[in-house]
Write a protein that binds this ligand. Structure first.
Ligand SMILES: [Zn+2]
Length: 154
């Protein structure tokens, strides 16, 4: 099941181009977003940069809460900002965060949220907050079997 179509510049399937479309540029945007993270409980800052097909980039950071379950991840914040701006077609996501050299990977909830709008080959670039390292995954590698409603519910 695909999301309903909307009328917006983003709904057009045009490939983004230019400097903002490179993995390195997206990761820089993700690291910048991580600097705004609100994570007093975990100390685990994460930033995300979601590249729309129309070339816009939507940033997000994790926002924690004293009631831990209310915490929202950087990836879903970026996705929500994009959808609120009328954008539902995406080209790539960059996620930077964590501690040390290990890159932050999207959690299962964020992968499921991305799968609502993105195809299985959707690229997800990951990196630590500082230094080198990281990897690019296809969405299907991190979420091989996403939840889907049955086509013909009983
Ligand atoms: Zn998440």
């Amino acid at each position: 099941m695909s999301p309903p179509a909307i009328r917006s510049s983003c709904a057009r399937r045009r490939r983004p181009s230019g400097a903002a479309a490179t993995p390195a540029a997206l990761l820089r945007r993700a690291r910048a977003a991580a600097r705004r993270a609100y994570c007093p409980y975990s100390g685990y800052a994460v930033g995300a940069a979601l590249l729309a097909r129309d070339g816009r980039v939507f940033g997000g950071c994790n926002v924690e809460n004293a009631s831990y379950g209310l915490t929202i991840c950087a990836e879903r914040n970026a996705l929500a900002a994009a959808v609120a701006a009328g954008c539902r077609a995406f080209a790539a996501l960059a996620v930077a965060g964590g501690r040390g050299r290990a890159p932050a990977l999207p959690c299962g909830a964020c992968l499921q949220a991305l799968a609502e709008f993105c195809p299985p080959d959707f690229p997800i670039h990951t990196a630590p907050l500082r230094g080198r390292g990281g990897h690019t995954f296809a969405l299907r590698e991190l979420l091989p079997r996403r939840f889907q409603l049955p086509e013909n519910p009983a």
